[in-house]
Design a protein around this ligand. Structure first.
Ligand code: HMG
Ligand code: MG
Length: 296
């Protein structure tokens, strides 16, 4: 029994552009975000408030928010108090915090152990909820870690539980390096849905090994109805070696629509948005759906 509709959270402007070789000009980002909204996405991660020394690609977060952050469903990512304050000052109504299950990954990504990161985040999550801000928590290395290998589902569950108890509205559970297989996706999401029925849950698959679509299908079978995806299949975490792009939104939507599952997104308008960003990115956009659109 598959759902009749699912929500796609577009993460291209954030996950997609944070890992690009070059800084994409702010005006192009803004045009890209506006075109994505026209395609029908109701929720989108538009930028991240992180250290510009660590991720210079996102150093224009405040400008991006000023120019394109005024729509409902706009989400910004940030790991700490400094970023949360800047996000709120920029008008953000929804904030995504992030932490990985594995300490080795967190040390590379945010210079903290998992325990330090969680201890730091919990009070901020509670404050954000007191102020009526929507909070999503992105759980990296939920399946595999580039440094520690396979992650125990019990460890992922424990971290998800702590953040759910802190009050997050949503967990976005991520296969950071695109190493999960459909059986792993099915069993982890079955476990998380059973243990944490009170919290919204999204699946975030990177496509390094070309298993993102299969993993999305397996997650649908496990009851997931919210998926992060990135237009053009852009994306990756600069501190996760081997992480390539996210599931390409256009391929995900093509599959869902062919299966009779509605997303509310117009794929032709999505392709037009991808055409805006393509000349500014360093990689070839290989998704089947976008390539076939360009040929016709
Ligand atoms: P640090 O060097 O340990 O900490 O970095 P710090 O407090 O000393 O900060 C360093 C400098 O950055 C300081 O500036 C701070 O003020 C400044 P200085 O005093 O040297 O001039 N700073 C900031 N500036 C702007 N906004 C901020 C901010 N915080 C500090 N929020 C830190 C620690 C966490 C800041 C750093 O490691 C960092 O920014 N990491 C972010 C890494 C990142 O963005 N990774 C990608 C996003 S996560 C992801 O992609 C995974 C996901 O997609 C799911 C999945 O696929 O797994 C979500
Ligand atoms: Mg990611």
């Amino acid at each position: 029994n598959l759902p009749r509709s699912v929500e796609i959270i577009e993460v291209g402007p954030r996950d997609g552009l944070q890992n690009e070789a070059n800084f994409v000009p702010t005006a192009v980002k803004v045009e890209f975000i506006r075109a994505l909204r026209r395609a029908g996405f109701k929720e989108m991660e538009v930028t991240s408030f992180v250290s510009p020394k660590w991720v210079p690609q996102m150093s224009d977060a405040a400008e991006v928010m000023q120019l394109a952050g005024d729509q409902p469903g706009t989400i910004v990512l940030t790991p700490n108090k400094r970023g949360i304050d800047a996000a709120l000052a920029s008008g953000a109504k929804a904030v995504a915090v992030f932490v990985g299950v594995s300490t080795s990954f967190n040390q590379k990504n945010i210079n903290k152990t998992t325990e330090e990161a969680v201890e730091g985040l919990v009070p901020h999550i509670k404050d954000l909820k007191k102020n009526g801000v929507i909070v999503r928590a992105c759980i990296s290395t939920a399946f595999h870690c580039p440094y520690e290998g396979k992650i125990e589902p019990a460890d992922t569950l424990a971290l998800c539980k702590t953040l759910a108890e802190a009050g997050v509205d949503e967990l976005s559970v991520a296969d950071t390096i695109g190493k999960a297989t459909p059986d792993e996706a099915y069993s982890l999401f079955t476990l998380l849905k059973k243990e944490l029925p009170q919290v919204m849950m999204a699946a975030h698959f990177h496509d390094t090994r070309k298993m993102a679509l299969a993993n999305i299908y397996a997650s649908l079978l496990a009851g997931i109805t919210r998926f992060d995806a990135s237009a053009g299949g852009l994306g990756g975490c600069p501190f996760a070696p081997g992480a390539s792009g996210n599931a390409a939104t256009e391929d995900v939507i093509y599959m869902l629509h062919r299966m009779g599952i509605d997303t509310g997104v117009d794929v032709d308008l999505l392709n037009e948005a991808i055409e805006i960003i393509e000349p500014h990115v360093s990689r070839d956009l290989e998704s089947w759906y976008y390539q076939s659109y360009k040929k016709n």
